[in-house]
Design a protein around this ligand. Sequence first.
Ligand code: ZN
Length: 80
Amino acid sequence: MTTHDIIKAAFPNANDEICSFILWARTPYPFGVITAKSLFSAARRFKRASDNNIQLCDLCDRIAENNKTVCAKCHKALTT
Ligand SMILES: [Zn+2]
């Protein structure tokens, strides 16, 4: 079973680009350990957010409001 198989179990319509995005941008890979369960959870969270037009923070995975790519907490940390 590949990483893409695990992601597609949670996000059946994910193409290769989305699978790579989830692996590289929504998990600690390649700097941290990921498990099949954590990869599945990341894919499911990303799919749920996408289905509901919710933008997740690129840095911490919280909800980024007002169509921003980072959440308020990360925005504050980056700008102060
Ligand atoms: Zn954040």
